[in-house]
Design a binder for this molecule. Structure first.
Ligand SMILES: [Zn+2]
Length: 371
């Protein structure tokens, strides 16, 4: 739903400022939903202070946090995945960069506290850390800098968009020692560390200093908190497009619904249209990873349909059923849950939506032919 913009005719200058702040707020919220430091959700890594200064991408002002949104959109278009997130890395100085507005700096601090942005200690080489995450995850760095390894170079595309051009050799094999670090859960000694202090299976790859896993935020040695549970990556597709990715780990069921309202659940409400909202239950279906596969339990009022290679059938209510690798759950017409990497059941896919829809045109000046 689109909130009504604040109306006023008597003070046009004031109205415009209010409107710009309002639009900027909404655009940053949309970008926030597409940031993560969990490689299960991301498809690329960015060094934030470089991105905010990509002025020629939009011919706008010197520094703007909204440029992150141009890269989110570029990556979504490249991968055909409207749910893919960016892994942002920045050195601590960015939080006090006076070329950004005080609101932008406040937003960055919140993202860091929420673990959506990896903030490195003062003076730490952020681009090198981005390269390390790239090497450990096989995901490209979105950068114009010369880096060793796997990169996508952002260049201005048509209509105010960004094109990403692959450069570098592509993902290289991960050394055994590093691979071992990725199969463990890690804990940081700093209380409430946003990267390695919270429950859940999503965790950034540790920084490896001569093979020793360290917290990239705090520079502290991490302690081994046991084997990382096995995880299956799932996606929610709406109208044939991936709108959200999530992971299900052994021993931690995940509830998907309109508003499941519990830790670790997947809330679809904001992504659904009016009609779908009336069909999808608050808690619609629970997913669980067991040793022999993913199990689904219907919790809904209107039911869940399983579409598989052998046809379609209703998921029995209140009873867990094992899903085949290619099975798709239909919560209602056009709203599907499936394993990441499977083809959409509905074929009416359009281009991924833009997180920049609400971006104020003063900060991001679009070329005229786009209007
Ligand atoms: Zn830490």
């Amino acid at each position: 739903m689109t909130p009504t913009p604040p109306p006023s005719k008597s003070f046009p200058g004031v109205t415009q400022n209010v409107q710009v702040r309002f639009d900027q707020h909404r655009a940053l919220d949309a970008i926030e939903r597409r940031l993560a430091t969990d490689p299960l959700r991301t498809g690329g890594i960015v060094e934030v202070s470089e991105v905010v200064r990509f002025a020629d991408l939009d011919s706008g002002k010197e520094a703007s946090l909204l440029r992150l949104g141009l890269l989110v959109d570029g990556l979504a278009r490249l991968l055909g995945d409207g749910g893919v997130a960016l892994y942002p890395v920045a050195e601590r100085g960015l939080l006090s960069d006076t070329e950004l507005t005080s609101n932008e700096r406040m937003v960055l601090r919140r993202w860091s506290d929420d673990g959506l942005l990896e903030i490195l200690p003062p003076g730490a080489p952020a681009l090198a850390r981005a390269g390390e995450v790239s090497a450990l995850t096989g995901q490209p760095v979105l950068t114009r800098a010369q880096i060793r390894g796997y990169a996508l170079r952002p260049t201005p595309g048509g209509g105010g968009s960004v094109q990403l051009v692959p450069v570098g050799p592509g993902p290289s094999p991960v050394p055994d020692q590093a691979l071992r670090a990725l199969t463990r859960m890690w804990r940081c000694p700093v209380p409430d560390c946003p990267s390695y202090g919270r429950p859940g299976v999503g965790q950034p790859p540790p920084q490896l200093a001569q093979g020793v896993p360290m917290c990239p935020r705090h520079g502290e040695r991490l302690s081994d908190a046991g084997a990382r549970p096995s995880v299956v990556a799932l996606v929610v597709r709406i109208g044939g497009l991936v709108r959200q990715r999530f992971a299900v780990a052994a021993g931690t069921p995940v509830v998907v619904g309109r508003a499941p309202d519990q830790h670790g659940s997947v809330a679809l409400g904001p992504l659904l249209d009016e009609e779908a909202r009336t069909w999808v239950s608050r808690k619609h279906v629970a997913l669980e990873l067991r040793p022999d596969g993913v199990y689904a339990t219907d919790m809904s009022t209107n039911g869940t349909v399983v579409v598989g290679p052998d046809g379609r059938g209703r998921l029995p209510g209140g009873q867990a059923r094992r899903l085949g690798e290619r099975d798709i759950l239909e919560l209602t017409d056009g709203v599907e849950v499936a394993r990441a990497g499977t083809a959409a059941g509905s074929s009416d896919a359009t281009a991924p939506g833009s997180v920049m829809a609400d971006a104020p045109t003063i900060a991001i000046r679009m070329p005229r032919d786009n209007r």
